[in-house]
Unconditional design. Sequence first.
Lengths: 93, 465
Amino acid sequence: MGLMNQQSRRLCGGSQVRSERFNSFKRLSDAAFAVVLFTVIPAAPAHAYLDGASVSMLLQAAAGAVASVLLFGKMYWSKLKGLFKRSKPSSED
Amino acid sequence: MAFDAGSFRDPSGRVLQHDDRIFRAIFEPGLVNFNAFRDSGALSQLVDRGWLLSASEVSEPNLVSQLSDLAPSACEWIEHPRLDFVSYPYEWCFSQLRAAAVLHLNLHLALLEQNFTLSDATAYNIQFVGTRPVFIDHLSVIPYEDGMGWTGQRQFGMQFLNPLYFWARKRISPNAWYRGSMEGIEPEELVKLLGWRDRLSFTVLAHIVGPAAFARRRVSEGLDGADRREVRLPKHRLVALLTSLRDFITGLEPPFEKTVWGDYAEQNSYDAVRREAKHRFVHEAVAEAKPTLVFDIGCNSGDFSQTALSAGAKSVIGFDFDFGALERAFVRFDQSNAPVLPLWLNALNPSPAQGWAGRERKSLQQRASADMIIALAVIHHIAIAGNVPLDMAVEWLMGLAPRGVIEFPSKNDPMVRQLLRHREDIFPDYTEDAFLKSISSRGRILGRTHLGDDGRLIVAYERHR
């Protein structure tokens, strides 16, 4: 995992820049999410009849919450970096 | 039945062809939602952005009555522009599938901003215009109700995320699997191929591992499992979910592998003189034929698709077997915004008709609406590497369009000698004379030449009517 992509891509409409530091914050959240996921939903062998289209609202709610935190964290981090960059030149005088 | 064989599941509407035009019948179940979508202005905004296929109301009374004869229960009719070529997700290269996935998510996010959402997430709702993906199912747009979840999550996973993940991270092209199963790659299957490193990713957990575990649990619980609780998904969280998924997919890298044909355009045995002669011949043949649509069979990275465009072709569909070449072609024509759509094709096993009643998805043959083909440096692959008798190979190629250009590398050619190096030469009929006879028995030869001294034979023809 972790193919870092530092360049922006034309294909996407939103922001695409990821940083190294953000990734370690993300991993912590990922690990926490994994703990939640694997204790709550047990695995079992799949058999024939299945309602193909159904989705888990519980799963989406949990995933949505984590995604929301990650996205907020990403924006917060970018803002923080922005502040830091602006003050840096003066500290190098 | 007048309706398109692939348009039947949605009670809201169905698509049909009439007089070479494309119409969509909107039935009662879909009327309110469609009108809301249109009246809000969101529909035209998305069309202007190039994300949604344009739709115009059919009001001309004569036409409406003709259409009502075909579908009496339709409440409203809209018309769509005709696409050059209908392609399916299992015919796309990595960058195309990724572009389609990103478009879908961007569209969904834009709709949510206007308080609409998508009722499904099938990849067959996206078509390509050149290298640009466009959404074509207007009736998938429904009003957003507060707390609604993402109903299309599983479908998006199966038809976009899973094949892309398989491709980028496992470096295997999913097309054969995708074509065979048609509805995509199930997370329950993909999960068996994931290692611990894969499972460290939030996106993989949320959209592959999670749904797979849920599906298994539903099966083991039986059909009357616990009642679904009233779980809400707040809008900003749905937006976050879709945004993070979009960013993840945007970041997936195409599998970089040194394929035999990746460097072909630069490294082949042609010298500049012969290449120039070939471009000239193709240019002249295309300029004379004035085709609207050209099929470039064995397009590689698109050099001759470009020549066809320069000679006046309106658009080109490029076909190739090699994904490295297709990626290069896609990037090239995406950057120049040229009307070329590169697609995956194995000439020895073209896409068959399949799906419901064997007719839901059309075969390549059924979609072959080109005015002209160019088949350069490809017939020896079919006839020698593919073991298809030369005459049958010519017949198949000529069957694709009324006019064409075919290049014939003889047994003296270094590429053909390479193919024959490690196998028995069981091709006594693979000769220039036999080739010319195959063509002239089915059409009229308009021009022919040898490219350079002792070069390959190249022929332009027009099929008998």
